[in-house]
Design a binder for this molecule. Structure first.
Ligand code: MV4
Length: 499
């Protein structure tokens, strides 16, 4: 067992802050890395030390494995937490960290490698009796064989890229006549996106829910699950709303899915925090799809209902401590919902709208958690994901969490950029969401821009924002010159995008 003394967080924004907060509580010193675009960021100011690792583009800064490992040498950091995105699921990085004599706060490079390939993942769990969607267990090499398989399992089928992610290289094929075209497209998309054209076939589950199970494993073979997160409300494979628990699972199915998730983790000798992804059909049959070998964006909802700090557990595990939590000690307490607040315009096809947060006032009060990395007056860089914040509400019941979310959304004051807050409000007020009767098609099925708040109310909201900004300015005269400009300004991103 090695106690971590100084942790380098190889990430930025809200997740870097989130990780450093826990490190600080544990008496671990923190090192931030930052790009030239993030010099003024909160994660840089929060850390005990901060080192610039390069220019704004990720490929020249946050993705520079060699530079980051070098920063550990310079600063004496003995461990690296990768957060999510960037290098978090890069087996080569995890291995390089290990080879440099440092602790990688995450799973083994071998687990990352196996789970990074959907086909290798399926092969790894093959002997564990895990339910999987009918399909081909291996990469397709012979089209005629594949067509026979498709005919046997029945159309519609889904062609998936083994190296896939974010829906890339995925094609629905409705009938045999469309098979060849679907295959060509999937292979060429997979080849250009991942440099790996391996594809396989699955029966297409037409209206699935996305339910994932959080697991924690230690380096001594103990593995537990921390129940599920329901992530069905998504748009173009980007999650918008996540919650825990799922409103469709019975205690029996939950226990069964939890058991399967633990077996999946066991199949690849998993340690660290991981997420096992399932789809659930309308009959509540569930099927294992893949495993994510990182701390996920939506991890807070699990923390809220279990009372467990997942980052703290990740650090203990990385230090080699055995898990102190037993499966039977865990229970679900209440209900938590997370919305992702993006600098995107829901009235304009969710076009990224990065600019300056002219007004930025967070909601507050009982049951509200805001994980963010911004302050009023800060610019949202064009180089990275445009997520401003994660807003999480926790209530005794799902209905309470929803009401709290609506109140929190209405209290949130953001001007200077368009955000997905009005869209999230639409979701919270929709009968399908409120009743729990929804699937992954929710957004496509129900959302059109005219469903956003009527203009009059939007104006009121904006006026309130101006007032809040004005109040803020009068109390803090140094915070900015002249009158607050709301919204007229075209963001840098738009200028680039729209010319
Ligand atoms: C599926 C599916 C239906 N049937 N597999 C999309 C991303 C990847 N993680 C898995 N995905 C899907 N796999 C079969 N056999 C539907 C999806 C899917 C989906 C899954 C979860 C959340 C949102 C989704 C949106 C569209 C499609």
């Amino acid at each position: 067992m090695t106690k971590i003394q100084k942790l380098l967080v190889a990430n930025r924004g809200e997740i870097a802050l989130r990780i450093m907060r826990t490190a600080r509580e544990m008496g671990i010193r923190t090192v931030a890395i930052f790009s030239e675009a993030d010099r003024q960021s909160l994660h840089v100011r929060y850390a005990d030390e901060a080192v610039c690792v390069g220019p704004a583009p990720s490929s020249e800064s946050y993705l520079r494995a060699d530079v980051i490992i070098d920063v550990c040498r310079q600063t004496g950091a003995d461990a690296i937490h990768p957060g999510y995105g960037f290098l978090s699921e890069n087996a080569g990085f995890a291995r390089a960290v290990r080879n440099a004599g440092l602790i990688f706060v995450g799973p083994s490079p071998e687990s990352i490698e196996v789970m990074g390939s959907k086909l290798a993942a399926k092969a790894a769990v093959a002997s564990y009796n895990i339910p999987m969607v009918p399909g081909t267990p291996e990469a397709i090499t012979d089209r005629d064989d594949a067509k026979k398989t498709a005919a046997r399992i029945g159309y519609p089928i889904l062609i998936k890229a083994s190296a896939g992610g974010g829906g890339k290289g995925m094609r629905i094929v409705e009938q045999e006549a469309d098979f060849d075209e679907g295959m060509n497209r999937a292979v060429s998309e997979a080849t250009s996106a991942f440099g790996d054209g391996s594809v396989f076939i699955e029966k297409y589950v037409t209206s699935p829910r996305h339910v994932e199970i959080q697991v924690l494993g230690d380096q001594h073979g103990n593995i537990i699950h921390l129940f599920e997160r329901e992530c069905s409300v998504q748009r173009r494979h980007q999650k918008v709303v996540e919650e825990a628990p799922s409103s469709v699972l019975t205690p029996e199915i939950r226990a069964e899915m939890g058991r399967c998730a633990v077996e999946v983790a066991r199949a690849c000798g998993y340690y660290g925090a991981g997420t096992v992804e399932f789809i659930v059909d309308d009959q509540l049959n569930f099927y294992f799809l893949e495993m994510n070998t990182r701390l996920q964006v939506e991890h807070p909802v699990t923390e809220q209902i279990t009372g467990i700090d997942l980052v703290k557990q990740m650090i203990f595990i990385a230090e080699g401590k055995p898990l102190a939590i037993k499966q039977e000690d865990l229970e679900i307490n209440g209900h938590a919902i997370e919305i992702r607040v993006y600098a995107e315009d829901p009235a304009n096809n969710f076009l990224p709208d990065v600019g300056t947060l002219e007004t930025y006032v967070r909601p507050q009060g009982n049951g509200i958690r805001v994980d963010d990395g911004f302050e009023q007056g800060m610019a949202i860089p064009i180089y990275y994901d445009p997520m401003i914040a994660k807003l999480v509400t926790t209530g005794a019941t799902r209905a309470e969490a929803i009401e709290k979310m609506i109140r929190a959304i209405d209290e949130y004051r953001i001007t200077g950029v368009q955000t997905t807050l009005p869209f999230c409000r639409f979701v919270m007020q929709h009968d399908a969401f409120r009743s729990g009767q929804f699937d992954t098609h929710f957004v496509n099925r129900y959302f059109t821009p005219d469903k956003l708040l009527p203009a009059t109310h939007a104006e009121e909201t904006q006026l309130a924002g101006v007032l809040a900004a004005w109040l803020f300015q009068t109390s803090k005269p140094k915070s900015g010159p002249g009158a607050v400009v709301v919204d007229q300004q075209r963001s840098k991103w738009r200028e680039r995008r729209l010319g």
